[in-house]
Design a protein around this ligand. Structure first.
Ligand code: GRF
Length: 193
């Protein structure tokens, strides 16, 4: 069967993007990463993708929000599924309409807790520690027009100890991301038609 084609959007470091690319580079995988898009020219994800032989391009915000540009980019690359891995721009409505329940995001908390505007990266882990939470985790969900609001596909939890710093929580959450995100994407790919 023809492999499904994944585009990853990422704004920064890209350790999840790299992990996903490597996962789908295995021979018998059901999908392949065909493109990495970043809104930032200095994002490390661009080098990571290129080192693994995946085309990586910078798309500034203005172009990202341009319907004909983005629709063309996705169509020209035959993209079936979009994966957001640390992507900080809001997804425009035209892209959500073009890819209904075909855009997957990972959020580093147990949504609906610690989601919404301003809740990204270390802000999330700082808020979790400040609130004295006993656990945190990851949420993998579809993207709809509400920030962090689409249907949840999968969640995994990790304990937060009273002595944990935000960096400790971040490390635990990252470990969960590496363990589960590629597999959940692979399962989601199987439901695409
Ligand atoms: C991850 O924690 C992810 O959950 C969040 O942004 C972070 C990206 O890390 N959305 P990296 O760029 O994959 O290293």
């Amino acid at each position: 069967m023809k492999k499904k084609r994944i585009a990853i959007f990422a704004s920064g470091n890209g350790s999840n993007a790299e992990n996903i690319i490597r996962y789908f580079q295995k021979e018998d995988s059901e999908a392949e990463v065909v493109l990495v898009v970043s809104n930032r020219a200095d994002a490390k994800v661009l080098q990571r993708a290129e080192a693994l032989g995946i085309p990586a391009i910078v798309v500034p915000k203005k172009d990202f929000n341009n319907e004909s540009f983005m629709t063309g980019l996705m169509r020209d690359n035959g993209v079936n599924l979009i994966v957001l891995a640390g992507f900080l721009l809001m997804i425009p409505d035209f892209l959500i309409s073009l890819y209904p329940e075909k855009i997957v995001n990972i959020h580093p908390s147990l949504l609906p807790k610690f989601g919404g505007k301003g809740m990204y990266g270390n802000h999330v882990h700082e808020a979790v520690v400040a609130a004295g939470e006993k656990e945190s985790g990851i949420t993998i969900h579809f993207v709809n027009e509400n920030c962090d609001g689409g249907r949840i596909i999968y969640q995994a939890t990790t304990p937060v100890e009273p002595t944990d710093t935000p960096d400790d929580v971040a490390a635990k959450v990252h470990a969960l991301e590496y363990l589960h995100f590629p597999r959940v994407i692979a399962e989601t790919v199987k439901t695409l038609h």
